[in-house]
Design a protein around this ligand. Structure first.
Ligand SMILES: Nc1ncnc2c1ncn2[C@@H]1O[C@H](COP(=O)(O)OP(=O)(O)O)[C@@H](O)[C@H]1O
Ligand SMILES: O=P(O)(O)O[C@H]1O[C@H](CO)[C@@H](O[C@H]2O[C@H](CO)[C@@H](O)[C@H](O)[C@H]2O)[C@H](O)[C@H]1O
Length: 462
């Protein structure tokens, strides 16, 4: 058992500096160890630790694999958490390939160690070295060789993780737009077998949509007088193909998990939740308040729909960082849903245009993110903002066209639904940015300002 004096103090100081720690906006009142399984003995040792972090009314559980060495080599200094009472160093084990190899070996061997169960569903090479992915993400991924990527879920929820659940479902449905699943590991959490990590094919030929879109936007801003359709890096054809891939995955999700109907009363409940989120966000970010009236109108218009809506399992947190363009087309990743929602909400069937709206938001982000933080490009500010909107609109339309032509519900024919979902997502982003990246807050606020003055009808095309 690793829990020695000072560990909790060290974690209180270290956790808020981690990208994946979801409680950065609240004080940590205390930390307790839920489980501690020694996976590698000796020096270094690997402790698979699950902690409970107490913050006010809430307690969240996190997975924190810890390495312990009597002396920390220079190459691991950046991963240090601190010094334990007995003088040894404790550090974030994901950065130590000497330790992380054990997860791969254990999955390959389908072994159980204490409460941990390691499983693979295909033959995997247990000998590949790992490094921690530098990607901007909510969890931590390890890349083994250039063959596998193993995502360690940081904040844990009892039960099967939706990302794993959906990957299994889509594999069974024969989807060609998701990486092949290779294995996972789980542990008992409060009496329920719960996913700790999943390992899939590493898409070595892939580039994520956020980077590709960013390159296109940079190309545009570098050419002072050209329009989005005139520069070399035009993204519209890719956006259209991405729309088509999204429709394919929605069809496969419907086949794997079934479809249902949302009654008008349930639609009103969805609109109510959007309204609640708006009120909560206005309290934290008062700059949103001037738009509250127009946002409320959009949510009310959704609440007034009197036809049932077809619902199904969806992605739930869809954006350009969740898709990769590979040599065989677009691949979709990370079916975990919005990290702030409960597991039940994340697994609940929803309208497929929720994902479409998520991706539309991402085109806005891609266009606007280079205009914050004092980045300088040719052209005056107003002109750049105009061109950003033009780029976003061109790609938003192309994505919707691709989606509809591949058999998805035509977004242009369901603007009331799309508008409500897009505004709700933008409100979510306002809170997300306020908590995680305050310097990015102008992005969703700017989008809300621009979109909320568009007419209800034709709001996509304008
Ligand atoms: N199968 C994969 N192959 C290659 N890179 C991947 C793969 N899965 C994820 N990535 C990279 O890791 C990033 C984060 O992955 P994601 O699943 O969204 O993590 P998180 O849920 O922690 O945010 C992606 O944007 C992508 O760049
Ligand atoms: O970490 P996740 O991918 O699960 O999602 C969370 O973080 C995302 C940022 O990394 C955040 O996405 C927002 O920023 C993106 C650009 O960085 C942009 O493309 C998205 O449209 C925007 O929503 C996501 O909302 C959050 O849940």
């Amino acid at each position: 058992m690793l829990l020695m004096e000072r560990l909790d103090d060290l974690l209180v100081e270290w956790l808020p500096r981690q990208r994946w720690f979801a409680g950065k906006d609240r004080r940590i009142d205390g930390i307790s160890v839920v489980s501690d399984t020694e996976l590698v003995e000796g020096d270094p040792s690997l402790h698979h630790v699950i902690i409970a972090v107490h913050q006010g009314e809430s307690t969240d559980r996190y997975q924190v694999p810890l390495g312990v060495r009597s002396e920390l080599p220079g190459r691991l200094k950046y991963a240090v958490i601190g010094q334990l009472g007995n003088g040894s160093c404790v550090y974030d084990a994901v950065h130590d390939p000497q330790l992380t190899r054990v997860w791969l070996e254990n999955m390959a061997g389908n072994v159980d160690v204490g409460p941990l169960t390691f499983r693979s569903i295909t033959g995997i090479d247990p000998g590949l070295p790992s490094f921690a992915s530098p990607a901007e993400q909510s969890n931590t991924s390890l890349i083994y060789g250039d063959a596998y990527i193993c995502k360690l879920f940081r904040r844990l929820t009892p039960g099967i993780n939706p990302d794993l659940e959906v990957s299994i479902g889509l594999a069974r449905a024969g989807s060609k737009h998701v990486p092949e699943l290779y294995g996972w590991f789980s542990s008992d959490l409060g009496g329920t077998l719960s996913t700790l990590a999943m390992m899939s094919e590493f898409l070595r030929s892939g580039t994520d949509g956020w980077q590709l879109a960013g390159t296109s936007v940079r190309d545009l801003y570098a050419e002072a007088d050209l329009r989005a359709d005139e520069v070399g890096g035009d993204f519209a054809a890719e956006a259209e193909r991405l729309g088509a891939a999204t429709a394919d995955v929605h069809r496969d999700l419907a086949a794997a998990f079934g479809t249902g109907e949302m009654t008008p009363a349930e639609i009103r409940a969805v609109a109510d939740r959007m309204h609640t989120r708006l009120c909560e966000t206005c309290e934290v970010v008062p700059q949103l308040t001037p738009y509250a009236g127009r946002l409320t109108d959009a949510f009310d218009a959704l609440a007034e729909l009197d036809e049932p809506l077809l619902v199904q399992r969806v992605h739930g947190d869809y954006h350009l960082g969740q898709v990769m363009r590979t040599d065989s087309g677009w691949m979709l990743l990370d079916f975990e849903g919005e990290p702030a929602k409960s597991l039940e909400e994340r697994r609940a069937p929803a309208h497929p245009l929720r994902d479409v709206a998520g991706m539309l938001r991402s085109f806005d982000y891609a266009a606007r993110h280079l205009l914050i933080n004092g980045q300088t490009f040719r052209g005056d500010r107003d002109q750049l903002e105009y061109r950003a909107q033009e780029w976003a609109d061109r790609n938003r339309s192309a994505f919707c066209r691709g989606y509809a032509e591949a058999g998805g519900i035509d977004p242009a024919a369901h603007e009331v639904i799309l508008r409500a979902f897009e505004f709700d997502k933008a409100v979510y982003e306002v809170m997300y940015e306020a908590r995680n990246r305050p310097s990015w807050l102008p992005i969703p606020l700017g989008s809300i300002a621009a979109l909320s003055v568009r007419p209800e009808s034709g709001y996509l095309a304008s």
